[in-house]
Design a binder for this molecule. Structure first.
Ligand code: FEO
Length: 175
């Protein structure tokens, strides 16, 4: 009976599995950014703490978008188990470097999923992915721009607090 019901969805098991894997990646990003937020807060870097708390919320929204899509297509979304979230980070700059690396990893994942959808001729999911691919341009842009502040301002003296003050002005207008 279960198999018969499964036949009624156009979402293949392969695509369902890679989408569930991405649900886990987004949940991991959310938990990682929350950890970064806490570390920044502990360091007295209040704007950075708020920045990462907002990022954590956004990643949870990303996770739920994919989660709901799987269920809406007749698949079974899996609530992921998240482990290995760090408590400590080596440096202020290191936190943002890790954030950029995480976003570049996420972009690569979405590119891979899009590639698999193309090959499987699953254009419904391929179309759904476009929003995420566009979102990644912004996510990488913001992380890169903030990292530039470390080079421009420098961390010496009151530099860390200057960087923390200026990063709220980093926005992406898509032009
Ligand atoms: Fe959901 Fe920042 O990627």
């Amino acid at each position: 009976m279960k198999d018969l019901l499964k036949l009624k969805t156009s979402l293949s098991e392969d695509i369902e599995n890679i989408l569930n894997a991405q649900v886990k990646v987004e949940a991991h990003s959310s938990a990682l950014y929350l950890a970064m937020s806490s570390w920044c807060d502990d360091q007295g870097l209040d704007n950075s703490a708020t920045f990462f708390a907002t990022q954590a919320d956004e990643e949870r929204i990303h996770m739920l978008k994919i989660f709901n899509f799987i269920n809406n297509r007749g698949g079974r979304a899996v609530s992921p188990e998240i482990t290995n979230i760090p408590v400590d980070f080596e440096s202020f700059r290191g936190v943002f470097e890790q954030a950029l690396e995480q976003e570049m990893f996420v972009t690569e994942q979405f590119n891979n999923i899009a590639d698999k959808c193309m090959k499987a001729k699953d254009f419904v999911t391929f179309n759904f992915l476009q929003w995420f691919l566009e979102e990644q341009v912004e996510e990488e842009y913001v992380a890169r721009r903030i990292l530039e502040l470390f080079d421009v301002i420098g961390e010496e003296g009151t530099g860390r607090w200057e960087i923390d003050k200026h990063l709220v002005k980093v926005t992406f207008d898509g032009e």
